[in-house]
Design a protein around this ligand. Structure first.
Ligand SMILES: Cc1cc2nc3c(=O)[nH]c(=O)nc-3n(C[C@H](O)[C@H](O)[C@H](O)COP(=O)(O)O)c2cc1C
Length: 173
């Protein structure tokens, strides 16, 4: 018996979930903070510690990263799911997401973009090499400082498109 069958791209990709989600925190030259959810992230080096993200060229976050060397990568906790859905549904090109969500910024120690209170972990980063891979750019970032929540230990996972587009798509399975 052949235990493999050909499948659609969507069906095969669905097998990668659940997947951790991060919130990418950047700032524009006027100091306006933007927050973007991203599923495509990975550690790429232990020494130095490097954390890479893949950002669509059309994202406001991409524009911010072209003009700034600093960012924070936060792993949201389940209490931040509604804010995550809000940040996914709007672009920082049009909306001040911090002002219009309940996300709470707190000062970082090494970079200008803020940490997010209630995120289970925050990584302060200096932008590293960029790799243009098509409609997304991979930014590999050196981790300068790390923080964890004293209260929220769990992270948010994306269950995949088949679970919808709202909060029901995210949980801690
Ligand atoms: C679960 C999830 C994962 C996502 N992953 C990525 C990603 O890895 N890269 C990306 O460019 N956009 C990703 N997006 C889409 C962006 O979050 C979305 O386009 C956002 O509105 C962009 O915000 P900005 O224009 O303010 O930067 C993801 C969205 C969701 C809900």
């Amino acid at each position: 018996m052949v235990d493999v069958r050909q499948a659609s791209l969507g069906e095969a990709i669905n097998r990668k979930y659940p997947e951790s989600v991060v919130l990418i925190v950047t700032q524009d030259p006027d100091g306006i903070t933007n927050v973007m959810p991203a599923g495509w992230s990975m550690f790429t080096s232990g020494e130095p510690l490097m954390l890479a993200i893949s950002v669509g060229v059309s994202r406001h976050t991409h524009t911010n990263l072209e003009r700034s060397d600093e960012l924070v990568i936060a792993f949201p906790s389940p209490v931040q799911v509604d804010d995550l859905v809000f940040c996914r549904s709007h672009s920082g090109a049009e909306v001040d997401k911090l002002a219009e969500s309940s996300l709470e910024p707190i000062p970082a120690s090494e970079v200008t973009p803020p940490l997010l209170r209630k995120a289970t972990a925050c990584f302060e980063c200096r932008k590293g090499p960029a790799l243009h891979t098509g409609d997304h750019t991979i930014f590999a970032n050196e981790v300068l400082a790390t923080h964890v929540s004293k209260t929220y230990a769990e992270r948010v996972k994306n269950l995949g498109r088949e679970y919808g587009d709202g909060p029901e798509r995210f949980n801690t399975l």
